[in-house]
Ligand binder design. Sequence first.
Ligand SMILES: *[C@@H]1O[C@H](CO)[C@@H](O)[C@H](O)[C@H]1NC(C)=O
Ligand SMILES: *[C@@H]1O[C@H](CO)[C@@H](O)[C@H](O)[C@H]1NC(C)=O
Ligand SMILES: *[C@@H]1O[C@H](CO)[C@@H](O)[C@H](O)[C@H]1NC(C)=O
Ligand SMILES: *[C@@H]1O[C@H](CO)[C@@H](O)[C@H](O)[C@H]1NC(C)=O
Ligand SMILES: *[C@@H]1O[C@H](CO)[C@@H](O)[C@H](O)[C@H]1NC(C)=O
Length: 559
Amino acid sequence: MLFRLTDLLVATSWFALINAATKKPNFIFIITDDQDLHLNSLDYQPAVQKHFIEQGTSFNRHFCTISLCCPSRVSLLTGRAAHNTNVTDVSAPYGGYPKFVSEGWNDKYLPIWLQEEGYNTYYTGKLMNGHSITTYNSPYAKGWTQNDFFLDPNTYIYYNVTLQHNQEVPKYNPGEYSTDLAAERSVAHLDDAISKGDPFFIGVAPIGPHAETIGGVFNPAVPAERHKNLFPGLKVPRTENFNPDVPSGGSWIRTLEQLNQTVVDYNDEFYRRRIQALQAVDDLVDSIMDRLEDHPDVLNNTYLIYTADNGYHIGQHRLPPGKTCPIEEDYNVPFIIRGPGIGKGKAVYFPTSHTDIVPTLFNLAGIPLQDGFDGEPMPVTAEQQVAVVRRSEHVNLEFWGSAIPEGAYGDDAGGNNTYKSVRVIGDRYNIAYTVWCSNAHELYDMEADPRQMSNIYGTSGSIYGWSIEKLTARIDGLLLTLKACKGVVCTRPWETLHPQGNVASLRDAMAPEFDNFYTEQQKKVSFTACKDGYLTDFEGALEPVIYTASSDISLRYQM
Ligand SMILES: *[C@@H]1O[C@H](CO)[C@@H](O)[C@H](O)[C@H]1NC(C)=O
Ligand SMILES: *[C@@H]1O[C@H](CO)[C@@H](O)[C@H](O)[C@H]1NC(C)=O
Ligand SMILES: *[C@@H]1O[C@H](CO)[C@@H](O)[C@H](O)[C@H]1NC(C)=O
Ligand SMILES: *[C@@H]1O[C@H](CO)[C@@H](O)[C@H](O)[C@H]1NC(C)=O
Ligand SMILES: *[C@@H]1O[C@H](CO)[C@@H](O)[C@H](O)[C@H]1NC(C)=O
């Protein structure tokens, strides 16, 4: 389905007015671990269907901006792209909790900002990787009124998770199911928040449906005992890109061999375990809703969000289970919101991302936005969706390091996986473009080819009435503008490229008068080596050439 930009306008003043007169809203933020949108996992969650999808608005084109747990969570909690947090991996030297601390984010992220506005803040479950039994108190994660964190190395052990309450010493929980513990702690947090009476934020981060993981070995998720026999025979959806007969995907993915029946059967079992593990997440949703429904006056001033840190693939493009790849399955994640003024049973299709979440919460709470945010408020309420300001039509995706294959058969599938990617979803066009550190390129028409089976980069045809060559030149210029962007440049890249103010979308940029500028004068996105972190020396041009009045007579001006 396509949308028109004119439908997406934001009424900020209306909201400021409401907030001045009423108490700040509460937030309950449920974030699952590695949950897919494209493998239909939500179809097996009746509580999410009942309490979120039927009662709220589904953002069906919501993306994480880096498809890996720790960097994605840090981006989400700071409102900044990974290239601006420089937390780009799950462990040292490029990521993990100690990197989050050393980059200064433990002093400036969501819970601290909300506390400054009078909120009580709570968190249950996984905060981020590298938050462990040795790092949790050096220093403590700041900003929480109460916390019950899951700590490494047992974060992903479903029946022996480490729980660390407030500033107490961590405790193992052998024989107890981690998602049920998360449910119990979240409801306790809700009781405490309601009894205190101030506005609250409650983060709920169960491990399901992540693989059971220890020492870098990823085994199938472990469901709760009561769910372990559900869904016999359930298989990964056999979409066009599932274990295809011809290679697909870009760079190293294109070299993968077709999976044999043993591996396909294993992948189906891996998938079934995920769906089973999600049943306890569904029970968690029910527990929270049951308690909230006992307090209708609280429920009617609470926004609830259900999302995932990153997406997931199993067998698409012949890949072993995992995330990290520049494919729709890994980036397009569930995002459903319900609460005051939010449309019920509604689905929207304009692009939004995890870096938009903090600005969105600020907007709902009437807190002024920070210049450093790389995202912008999502129009979540019905009123916001019909007002007057334009939204961006792109999402910038990025990754550094190796792919991380999961399960028993992925050993050979961990290629150089550093890339820059952009999704452009605009008025009657829908495109995906990636430049790999190998300098392989991919371009997909996501309307005609949503499973990304036919790479049209470098072909001579046309899509949407535009020559592929001329279109690619524009999108590469857009990606070059986004790859190191900060703040408003990330949300308004066309205005940066065209300060004259006459270009605000891909469609505008396709005007023939800019052909020479984009094909001849603009620099290209490129890499000189594949590196595991954000090392700018190896990432080619960092800034685009800006269009000036003299550009159209082929004089080059560089910023
Ligand atoms: C739980 O994990 C701890 C820490 O790894 C370990 O010492 C303990 O033996 C485990 N308990 C069980 C029952 O697996
Ligand atoms: C199937 O492929 C896996 C992974 O390459 C391999 O280990 C296994 O031996 C193969 N099984 C058969 C029956 O060919
Ligand atoms: C919320 O609930 C309270 C208490 O039941 C009620 O007084 C108030 O009118 C409700 N507000 C809305 C917006 O429904
Ligand atoms: C990964 O990239 C590095 C640096 O560009 C290169 O030396 C290495 O051969 C690459 N590895 C693979 C498996 O392609
Ligand atoms: C990101 O962090 C790494 C590791 O500390 C460092 O080497 C690199 O220079 C940083 N990148 C930027 C752009 O600051």
